[in-house]
Design a protein around this ligand. Sequence first.
Ligand code: ZN
Length: 457
Amino acid sequence: MLKQRTDLLIAGTHLISMDPAVGDIPRADLLVRDGRIADVGPHVANREIGDVEIIDGAGTVTLPGFVDTHWHLWNSLLRGTVGDRPGTDYFAVKRALAPHFEVDDFYWAARLGLAEAVGGGITTVHNFDHNVRGPEDADANIQAHLDSGLRGRFSYGPPDSAPPEVTNDLVDLAALRTRWPAERLDGRLDFGIAVRGPYRTPPDVYEREWQVARSLGLPITMHCDRCLREEGCRSCGLVRLEELGLLGEDVQIIHAVHAGEEDIRALARTRTRVSLSPMTEMRTMGFPLVTELLDAGVPVSLSLDTLAMPTSADVLGHLRTIVSVEAARTGSGTVTPRRLLQMATIDGAKDLGLGDVTGSLTPGKRADITIMRSSDINLVLSGDPVEALVYTGQIDNIDTVIADGRILKRHGRLSLADGVRNPVAVSAARRDALLRRAAAAGDWQWSAPATTTTDPR
Ligand SMILES: [Zn+2]
């Protein structure tokens, strides 16, 4: 059950709108009504605004909720199982445990990931599901997304480790909008297809997937990690994808850390979207080409990828890492704190076709909002607020998160509707049971990591 939407006024906050027409306003009010940003400006509180909840914005910075454009929510339960021991790398663990997921595991894995998203100020998530074993798995993910209160896209993929000749379930993909008509989606979710593409499937498979997706008007997302673990790779074959007609504004390419200059030009020519997940890329592939892609005019957004890898929903921590890595790697100055914040908000929204819906604090857009305490120890001596957030901001500073007008985090804690089970506690129990089933089947030989469920936040 979802919380009710709250009509509210954030009064006297420092507003970082990420909309050039609105700009940054040092002492602003922001009015939310019926889930929408009704008004923004210095003196909204002085007008007749009726009976609304007041959030005191003194000592806060208010910015758009972050947008994550590539996240495998289903394997959030694998956090803590991936490690440095032989046989516990991400891909080995994923292959071993994926077959043992029950439908409820998909639901609670997605709820766990989305709860962490809320904690980190993320209000929109693209769920790239590469373990759909049947319609009920897809439905569990979709229901979890709706129950979380967040916005996003569900992209329908194949079962994990499916043989190359297996095509996505295109019949069920086409049925999604019948099974999940607009009135069930609360205006917060839409669909896409997650494909393996020419790197991993034969032409009859990927050509059919592209053709059906485009006939249904569904966006296409695909990893581009062909050179993974290959030495000296200087191309990831995107020119060939352009020649095959597989790139375009309806296509999102993920990673592309091995893209050469010609690949990048192909992305720019076709306005293909690129989602970078710097934390997982630097762990397993190489440096994300943030500067090169931006300099070429490629639309770039940011993503977590998976909670199973060594990462968390600490968006500001990721931005801080990127700005430092790019300074060390290129020294070009392209990647500034504000440019990164733009990638994590409005550019992510545009990647998902939601540029008119979210990603900036623009009157008329849906109320997806993060409020941070700038009076905390690590922010109080700040100069430029955007630089301060990116250079020293932390999850602990995130006081309030509002998604589609619903308050999902308040005073630093998740805010659940009465009677709703806490996804953090349920997910911990489900993960332990998953490991026991896998161990009984001989697919998991390590002892289950200890989980802590006391006072989950
Ligand atoms: Zn991925």
